[in-house]
Design a protein around this ligand. Structure first.
Ligand code: SAH
Length: 387
């Protein structure tokens, strides 16, 4: 195994329990897509990492020991991960959840999600891609009940985003259960699957009655999963707004999968900022508003980033929120810390009286590295507006 000498800064980060290796900490990287032994300036071994550039970081620390990656290594990691998800396996209300979550389960760059009888491997860099046969062999040893799997390519190359990876092919669309609610998913159509499993707890709060008897507006709704959860929890009416045309039929499918009529549930294909204007013009207002935008988006008219523009969503939402209404403010931006996100929210409130009634993050199946804030990327605040 090649050795890579790291500077004092990296050594300190590793000692603190950080797993991601960042580009700014290295002057040049002569090695790519392989395992390395990390050594300190004084020549002390710091353990094993692999190097491979991805959307965040240029590699991952794997162990404080010298290790080699064989099938047995991954069988052990997958077995440990499976053991930690027993409560999900035992739940009659859930058939889809995360089986393996990157550094939280001991190996950054890979996630595996279960959708009923099938698995989806998300591969974040070239190194993981290069060892995927080994990963699949270990996975099948630990999860023989999983009928087949797909891969999602989350780095540049190899010319496709989604492909069948092993075993049986899944139906083109089928339903999974989460919090006892049905959602229609598709495993081989681009990177998305019809539901973002990390919002499990937020949807649970809606199923449990956060919006019972209320009207709910779901901004950046994608397949309207929050609206469906709210409807199942007794919301009187929901309105879901997304710019993507396809969101409409995918949303309908989630509603229909639960036997819900669409009379009280509106699906609107529109830019959310145009919708605020539309709602004001038509004097529409809501009891609960969900704000879950992408971290960054650019369309013909404007760019939006959570770090700079989230306050505008709060500001605009307050204008169409009923008295004593609730905002559910969510972001999955790893580069925006909890504190920074809260500041951005407060900026939107401009001193208007409000109370934080709950704070939700990643569900237990999305195990994260507690030593590193960016690993716990999901931040969701439920806020009651008092006046
Ligand atoms: N809240 C969703 C996930 C949102 S994904 C859920 O829980 O399932 C982000 C969505 O934002 C995408 O569907 C994208 O089409 C939509 N989007 C991005 N910019 C938008 C804009 N300006 N107006 C409306 N929708 C937008």
């Amino acid at each position: 195994m090649r050795k890579l000498t790291v500077n004092r800064q990296v050594e300190k980060k590793i000692q603190k329990g950080h797993k991601i290796l960042e580009k700014i900490d290295f002057e040049e990287l002569p090695i790519e897509n392989q395992l390395v032994e990390l050594v300190s300036g004084s020549g002390r071994s710091l353990g094993t990492a692999y190097l491979s550039e991805q959307n965040k970081g240029i590699g991952w620390v794997l162990s404080s020991q010298k290790i080699s990656l064989d099938q047995a290594y991954f069988t052990k990691l997958f077995s440990q991960a499976k053991a930690k998800r027993q409560s999900y396996y035992q739940s009659d209300l859930d058939t889809a959840f995360r089986l393996f979550n990157q550094e939280g389960d001991g190996f950054g760059g890979l996630t595996v999600d279960l959708y009923g009888d099938y698995a989806v491997f998300s591969i974040y860099n070239h190194f993981v891609f290069s060892i995927r046969e080994l990963l699949v062999a270990a996975f099948q040893e630990v999860f023989p009940e999983v009928l087949g799997g797909y891969e999602k390519i989350r780095f540049k190359a190899p010319g496709y985003e989604s492909a069948h990876l092993f075993g049986q092919e899944a139906p083109e669309t089928f339903c999974i259960l989460e919090n006892g609610v049905h959602y229609q998913v598709f495993l081989n159509d681009g990177l998305m699957t019809g539901i973002f499993l990390d919002q499990h707890e937020v949807r649970a709060s809606l199923v449990d009655g956060l919006a019972t008897g209320k009207s709910l507006l779901n901004m950046f709704s994608y397949t309207a999963a929050f609206s469906v959860a709210a409807a199942m929890g007794g919301a009187l009416e929901t309105t879901s707004v997304d710019l993507a045309k396809r969101s409409r039929e995918l949303s309908e499918a989630h509603f229909l999968a639960n036997g819900l009529e669409l009379d009280q549930h509106r699906l609107i294909v529109m830019d959310v900022f145009d919708f605020y204007k539309y709602a004001k013009r038509h004097e529409l207002s809501y009891d609960v508003i969900v704000l879950d935008p992408p971290s960054f988006a650019r369309n013909k008219k404007r760019t939006f980033s959570v770090a700079k523009d989230y306050h505008k969503l709060i500001e605009q939402s307050l204008e169409i929120l009923n008295p004593k209404g609730i905002l559910i403010a969510s972001t999955n931006a790893a580069n925006v810390s909890r504190d920074k996100f809260k500041k951005e929210i407060e900026k939107g409130f401009k001193g208007r009286k409000h109370r934080y009634i709950s704070e939700v993050g990643l569900p237990a199946d999305f195990r994260y590295n507690e030593k590193e804030e960016s690993s716990n990327y999901l931040k969701v605040f439920t806020i009651r507006v008092d006046e």
